[in-house]
Ligand binder design. Structure first.
Ligand code: IPM
Ligand code: MG
Length: 366
């Protein structure tokens, strides 16, 4: 198969971590007899530097022409980077939001899985870490507070800022269906997370989710308030299979879910529309403080590439091969420093590039 991939390395650690994911993808393609055609594109801060805007129409179109997009991360240090002296709609993040919207990527999948090898890096109680967890967070990605009208005004000398949280039933239904479909391939439980004791948008979310559930008699649907969910994730993450939630809640809960896997550097993500097309990126940010130092953890990006193989290209065995390679590398004791613990052999603490090499070495065909 020929895979036509657009690559947005982005800012901060983005270029380092995508390089490693491409290395592993290249190795997988070579071993399994596929080819990759890659086009590098700019977005975020790198695009501001080159074109003055965080996202160009050309980048959108080239992404649309590709089968999938592999992304690193975008953004810089808000205190020191000149990008943050621009108005909010011209900053790096606006590029990412614009791209998600333009590509209609309404379903963001963030699987949080604790590798038994990383139990020591998990900040939860020992018994909880030992039990392990495997949850899939499905975050609505093109609606809610992120895309509602906003303004800052001054009324009688008082500054007032407004953001609006809007959801239509169709926006809720399509992402709910995606979550239920995913749950059908897993442990058949959906926890829909909202704030229905306060918000109208959450009450509609609950109603529509209940309606969708009627088409999935095998799925157990439960509702959970977002504040309780934040608590349950650290108390007993094993109770969750699929968590379905709106954009902002999903942003917050996915950082929390990633941290209990040992490091935000472990959490991959896929952003999908109705078709097989997807944008794949690690859930973490651009980490400008460690950019260019070869210490970033490339595993979330490598695992995002595995999601790409499985979801966009239907290459199940190849995706398994990448995931197995990550697992074997961890089982042999190799760690980047964010997932190292007191018992890690110092010789086995690797930089970003060396970790990519190790994983690539472990990729095997059948
Ligand atoms: C994420 C990020 C983005 C978001 C930022 C960079 C706009 O935090 O992908 O989770 O809030 O969606
Ligand atoms: Mg986030």
């Amino acid at each position: 198969m020929n895979m036509n991939i657009a690559c947005i390395a982005g800012d901060g650690i983005g270029p380092e971590i995508t390089r490693e994911a491409l290395k592993v993808l290249g190795q997988t393609a070579a071993v399994c007899g596929h080819t990759i055609q890659r086009e590098d594109l700019l977005m975020g801060g790198a695009s501001i530097d080159a074109y003055g805007v965080p996202l160009t129409q050309e980048t959108v179109e080239r992404c649309q022409a590709a089968d999938a997009v592999l992304m690193g991360s975008i953004g810089g240090d808000a205190k020191t980077s000149p990008w943050y002296r621009l108005s909010p709609d011209k900053r790096p993040e606006a590029g990412l939001l614009g791209l998600r919207k333009a590509l209609r990527l309404f379903a963001n999948l963030r699987p949080a899985f604790l590798y038994p090898e990383l139990a020591e890096a998990c900040p939860l109680r020992e018994e909880t870490a030992k039990k392990g967890f495997d949850l899939m967070l499905v975050r609505e990605l093109t609606g809610g507070l992120y895309f509602g009208d906003r303004k800052t005004q001054e009324v009688d000398g008082v500054r007032i800022a407004t953001d609006t949280l809007v959801y239509s039933e169709e926006e809720i239904r399509r992402v709910a269906r995606r979550a239920f479909d995913i749950a059908m391939t897993r442990r058949k439980k959906v926890t829909s997370v909202d704030k229905a004791n306060v918000l109208d948008s959450s009450r509609l979310w609950r109603t529509v989710t209940e309606e969708v559930a009627k088409d999935y008699p095998d799925i157990t649907l439960e509702h959970m308030l977002v504040d309780n969910c934040a608590m349950q994730i650290v108390l007993d993450p094993a109770q969750f299979d699929v968590i379905l939630t709106e954009n902002m809640f999903g942003d917050i809960l996915s950082d929390e879910a990633s941290m209990i896997t040992g490091s935000i550097g472990m959490l991959p993500s896929a952003s999908l529309n109705e078709s097989k097309f997807g944008l794949y990126e690690p859930s973490g940010g651009s980490a400008p403080d460690i950019a260019g130092k070869d210490v970033a953890n490339p595993l979330a990006t490598i695992l995002s590439a595995a999601l790409m193989l499985r979801t966009t290209f239907g290459l199940e065995k190849e995706a398994d091969a990448v995931e197995r390679a990550v697992r074997e590398t961890l089982a042999e004791g190799y760690r980047t420093r964010d997932i190292a613990s007191a018992t890690t052999d110092k010789e086995k603490i690797l930089g970003c590039a060396a970790m990519g090499d190790k994983v690539a070495e472990h990729v095997k065909g059948e």
